[in-house]
Design a protein around this ligand. Structure first.
Ligand SMILES: NC(=O)C1=CN([C@@H]2O[C@H](COP(=O)(O)OP(=O)(O)OC[C@H]3O[C@@H](n4cnc5c(N)ncnc54)[C@H](O)[C@@H]3O)[C@@H](O)[C@H]2O)C=CC1
Ligand SMILES: N[C@@H](CC=O)C(=O)O
Ligand code: NA
Length: 820
């Protein structure tokens, strides 16, 4: 035998009530015995009744309008669900109940007073009306339903609005009642009860769940089914954590912790009677009746995760009371908490460090000022004597609770929790863990709530892929290729690497598009074109900070000199950066160092493997040697893919400018190819390598060996530059022919040795290791303490869209692994 309870949304409209009736009929057809059905008021009605009461209390006659509205809603149910010839009798009964409500409010309006006692009576009409109407609907469908006013069964004390149930009397009354009704199906008003003197009381908002549990326990039901509008309890609030999913089984204790911390699926007192009788509570969805929902019972099986759920209280304040006079003095906390209890201030969380120097506790914001006054008065003497310094209040905070019985047996949960919050720059203000070990609560700033919840959910519920939120600036050749590569690897990363890449922002020089829900990788170009707004980097970064998404990565695929100005603020906001743009690392040494320090300080990543040799593993190799304690003696390298390509491809008689054009078309050159031909690009790269090798070099320490005649450099635009190149063909032809005549090849070689950089155009013979390069190859030779006899050499294509995007992609994925 089961007790069924349907909440406010389930009985909100004709459409929804049809679903409720179908569920009841279905049970009966399957032979499942229903002991009782408990109903809430139609959704919105209780709030309206409260408003009506308040309006009447100030003699505002408009309340009559609201009463008509409530009456109308119930009439509509009758019209929609009861055959015409049976309707008038039910209309009459509804009208009679509504008249009773009107009489009551007339009285309230006359005496202009609304006590908690009267308010409870006013509120009782919501459930009385819904049960009245729906029991008649069921009767007309052949169910032997019978309206049951719970005030005759549930006896309480006289704490109106939050009455305590007298279990013994109540259980007896319930059993007596059920002994008399035979096979009738009582439709019981949720939420309400009455005192020994038959005054109406209510059991607290959400109390209909509690009514069902009281009935179920008294009747020794097999199940208490709470039918609501969600698929059971979820691992987190799905409005805040889109990846939250249903929890199939949960213990009473876990459900209690989660519902105290804001998971509004079940009213916490409901759990007690069910727990005492070991009756499972099932949370089911009226609108998705086939879903298995959540079963709450003593033991929960089918556990895939160490924690069961994450919940939060979104708005709290923290009160801190501290002073040297508190150390070792017994009774301060006793006085503190008995004072709070005396004033009925509910304390949500308490934390005291073992130094006993301070105690902090969380309360609802509406109590903050009152608590300060109360405590300042109560501890006036201690404050006057300096034993207590002050009572401070910190606002705009949230509490997040990780809940789960599984935490008892496993270590490392707190470590995981703090690490994920740390990596996402979420500062923890206070921590509490009860010795039951099924709840670890942390207090954080409210503006980090969504980020923290999502990041935590992501690491604790590991079967789900970790999200990496990308913001790409510069959707040019490399940027576009990167997105294409990510798109084709998306499924592999999600299923094999448990990494879900989400593009949140993308921009080029003209337009930018940001969407925190993610931009589909298959149509980002169309969306950018159609929905994008004029690019503004400050606005882009502002939005990024505003969204405050976990695991955010900023990718700079431009060669822009201004974008690096945003790197440090981004790192400080715990956003990792990946970039092929060399500007930041080749500016002043101080700036280079500042970025390095920011990454260490904030525990985020700044990765730029493609600054040198595109996708070739040069920076990673160098950093590996450095961190393992090797020392660099010499770096000798060919670092320009563009120049390699030109020197490997140029044949006398061909126009030099056309070879440069080819290099540009193949995607080897910088957005402005003069950067390559002037030697600037190589200068940047060797400077970066020297710095990575531990040397403090400024750009002025690198002399550029420029290959271009002045007229080419000073051309006003890139097309003009190409024209200028054409007119200088003879200059380049001579240069190359001279080498060719000696069977040598031209190589643009950068060397770092003894703290000094040299860059020169060399002609090398076939016995030189740099002779046999082809295409856009780079070659880098590291001579170190450990690689002294024979240097470590890395060689391969050092420019081009695919290889560069691959390097950027690898950096992005490595951030994903780090954050996980
Ligand atoms: N092409 C290659 O082989 C390699 C390139 N790199 C680097 O990759 C970066 C990108 O190169 P490519 O994709 O070849 O250049 P590109 O010129 O094709 O793309 C650059 C993109 O950045 C956009 N952009 C420029 N300033 C912007 C701003 N302020 N805001 C938004 N968007 C902006 C442009 O609209 C363009 O779409 C450069 O820093 C380059 O040095 C690094 C290694 C190899
Ligand atoms: N333009 C560069 C590629 C990027 O670093 C080159 O030609 O090497
Ligand atoms: Na590289």
């Amino acid at each position: 035998m089961n007790v069924l309870k349907f909440g406010g949304t389930s009985v909100k409209s004709v459409e929804n009530i049809k679903k409720v009736i179908a569920i009841i009929l279905n049970h009966r057809q399957n032979g499942d015995v229903i002991g009782a059905v408990v109903l809430s008021a139609m959704s919105g009605v209780t709030n309206q009744l409260i408003e009506i009461g308040r309006m009447a209390a100030v003699s505002n006659p408009d309340y009559l309008e609201l009463i008509r509205g409530i009456e109308e809603r119930h009439f509509n149910v009758i019209k929609g669900l009861i055959p015409i010839k049976e309707q008038s009798k039910v209309f009459g009964r509804v009208r009679g109940t509504v008249n009773e409500l009107e009489d009551l409010l007339r009285g309230v309006s006359l005496i202009r007073e609304l006590s908690d006692r009267t308010m409870d009576l006013v509120m009782s009409f919501g459930e009385r009306l819904s049960c009245l109407v729906i029991s008649e609907c069921l009767k007309s469908k052949g169910v032997p339903a019978r309206f049951c006013d719970a005030r005759e069964l549930i006896k309480t004390d006289a704490q109106f609005s939050m009455a305590e149930v007298d279990d013994q009397t109540t259980n007896q009354l319930i059993r007596n009642y059920f002994a008399t009704i035979g096979t009738d199906l009582p439709i019981v008003t949720g939420f309400i009860g009455s005192t020994a003197n038959n005054e109406t009381t209510t059991l607290g908002r959400g109390g209909s769940d509690y009514t069902a549990s009281i009935l179920g326990a008294a009747l020794n039901a097999n199940y208490i089914d709470i039918w609501t509008d969600v698929d059971g309890m979820m691992t987190a609030d799905p409005r805040k954590v889109p990846n939250a999913f249903n929890i199939p089984t949960i213990t009473y204790a876990e459900a209690m912790e989660l519902s105290h911390f804001g998971a509004k699926v079940i009213y916490p007192p409901t759990l007690q009677p069910a727990f005492a009788k070991n009756i499972p509570i099932r949370i089911l969805n009226t609108f998705n009746a086939d879903h298995e929902g959540t079963v709450i019972s003593r033991t929960a099986d089918r556990r895939d995760f160490t924690i069961t759920g994450i919940s939060s209280i979104d708005d709290i304040v923290l009160v801190n009371i501290q002073g040297s006079g508190m150390i070792g003095v017994a009774g301060v906390s006793a006085k503190l908490f008995s004072t709070l209890a005396h004033y009925k201030i509910s304390v949500i969380l308490i934390s005291q460090a073992s130094s006993e120097h301070s105690i902090c506790f969380a309360i609802e914001p509406r109590n903050a000022d009152r608590v300060r006054e109360i405590l300042e008065a109560e501890f006036a003497t201690e404050i006057a004597h300096g034993h207590i310094d002050n009572i401070s209040i910190e606002r705009d905070l949230s509490i997040i609770a990780t809940v789960g019985e599984g935490m008892k047996k496993s270590s490392g949960i707190a470590g995981k929790l703090f690490s994920v919050l740390g990596k996402n720059g979420v500062n923890i203000i206070a921590i509490a863990q009860g010795s039951s070990e099924i709840n670890i609560s942390v207090v954080i700033n409210k503006n980090n709530l969504s980020k923290a919840l999502n990041a935590m959910h992501n690491v604790f519920f590991q079967s789900e892929a970790r999200i990496l939120n990308l913001y790409l600036v510069g959707a040019g050749l490399i940027g576009r290729t990167l997105l294409k590569q990510i798109e084709s690897q998306y499924e592999f990363l999600r299923t094999e690497k448990l990494l879900r890449i989400c593009l949140v922002g993308v921009s080029n020089t003209k337009k930018m598009l940001l969407d925190p829900k993610g931009i589909d990788l298959s149509d980002w170009q169309d969306r950018l074109m159609n929905e994008g707004v004029t690019t503004s980097l400050p606005a882009f970064v502002e939005k990024l900070k505003d969204y405050n998404l976990p695991n955010s990565v900023f990718i700079d695929c431009t060669a822009d000199k201004d974008i690096p100005l945003f790197y440090e603020p981004l790192l400080n906001a715990n956003v990792s950066i990946v970039t092929p743009n060399k500007v930041a690392n080749s500016g002043s040494y101080a700036e280079y160092k500042r970025l390095q320090r920011a990454t260490v300080r904030r525990g985020v990543k700044f990765l730029y493997e493609t600054n040198v040799g595109a996708g070739l593993p040069i920076i990673n190799t160098l950093q590996g040697l450095m961190t393992s304690g090797d020392r660099f003696l010499k770096i000798e390298a060919i670092l320009s893919g563009t120049l390699s390509y030109i020197f490997n491809t140029y044949k006398p008689g061909v126009s030099f400018a056309s070879v440069v054009r080819e290099a540009k078309e193949k995607g080897f050159t910088e957005p402005d190819p003069r950067e390559d031909l002037s030697g600037m690009d190589v200068a940047r790269k060797i400077l970066i390598l020297a710095r990575e090798a531990g040397f403090e070099l400024e750009p002025s320490d690198v002399t550029i060996n420029n290959l271009l005649p002045e007229s080419c450099i000073s051309a006003p635009s890139i097309p003009a530059f190409f024209e200028e190149l054409d007119t200088n063909n003879a200059y380049f032809e001579n240069l190359l022919q001279a080498a060719e005549g000696r069977n040598e090849k031209l190589r643009y070689v950068a060397t770092f040795e003894n703290g000094k950089v040299t860059i020169e155009l060399r002609a090398v013979g076939f016995d030189h290791p740099f002779y046999s390069l082809s295409g856009a190859d780079n070659i880098i030779s590291f001579t170190t303490e450990r690689y002294k006899e024979r240097p470590l050499v890395i060689k391969g294509p050092g420019a081009g869209a695919e290889v560069t995007a691959t390097g950027v992609f690898a950096d992005v994925v490595s951030i994903g692994s780090y954050l996980a």
